[in-house]
Design a protein around this ligand. Structure first.
Ligand SMILES: C[S@@+](CC[C@H](N)C(=O)[O-])C[C@H]1O[C@@H](n2cnc3c(N)ncnc32)[C@H](O)[C@@H]1O
Length: 187
């Protein structure tokens, strides 16, 4: 099973219809659609991406699938997620998905950055509901990806174990450039 599928499976196990989720890196919208289908028509998904191309592609994808009305797409950095999510949803987020790196088939120079990723992860922890989940797919195989992956791993190891549990999953074929999945649960 791919690490992306594994991330989805962990989220599936945690999400219920009517829940609230965040896609912190919308990209081409595959993860946003997955979340939108799981929260159902009474749920809500907030999706963030800094690239207009990602927001446009995802709007079309959601429209085509009839899920657009349950998703709020925001062209902004995930570091600012708290400012864009209504205060009454703070502390109520049931799942938050990060799929780091660059937009597939897009501009490979536009990548998630260690500093903003860590800042957004800290904010996500604050926004999370009790028993909420964060999944982070990190890719060390590209420029900047090594540092980001190591920093995210270190961030996970530093989380207060009283409040969070962290599991790391590695690719079946181990290599220094293979992706890695962190699954964080709020207790
Ligand atoms: C690997 S892609 C995401 C793939 C996506 N989840 C999908 O289903 O297609 C990573 C995305 O993160 C976005 N990104 C980079 N920095 C960001 C930031 N600070 N805030 C939000 N999104 C960012 C990129 O523009 C890119 O679209």
């Amino acid at each position: 099973m791919s690490l992306l599928k594994l991330a989805h499976q962990h989220i599936q196990d945690s999400l219920r219809t009517g829940d609230i989720a965040i896609d912190a890196t919308v990209g081409n919208g595959h993860d946003t659609l997955f979340l939108a289908e799981y929260v159902g028509e009474n749920g809500r998904v907030y999706g963030f991406d800094i690239q207009q191309a990602a927001i446009i592609a995802t709007t079309e994808k959601l429209q085509h699938s009839g899920c657009l009305d349950r998703v709020t797409l925001i062209q902004a950095s995930h570091t600012d997620m708290a400012a864009h999510i209504p205060v009454h949803h703070h502390g109520c987020i049931n799942a938050c998905l990060f799929n780091l790196g660059y937009l597939p088939k897009g501009d490979k120079r536009i990548i998630t950055q260690t500093r903003s990723t860590l800042s957004a992860l800290n904010t996500a922890c604050q926004l999370l509901a009790p028993r909420g989940i964060i999944t982070i797919l990190a890719y060390p195989g590209h420029a900047g990806g090594d540092d980001e992956t190591a920093s995210v791993q270190h961030w996970g190891e530093q989380l207060d174990a009283q409040h969070f549990s962290v599991d790391t999953f590695f690719s079946a074929i181990p290599s220094s450039s293979a992706p890695r999945l962190l699954v964080v649960h709020k207790r």
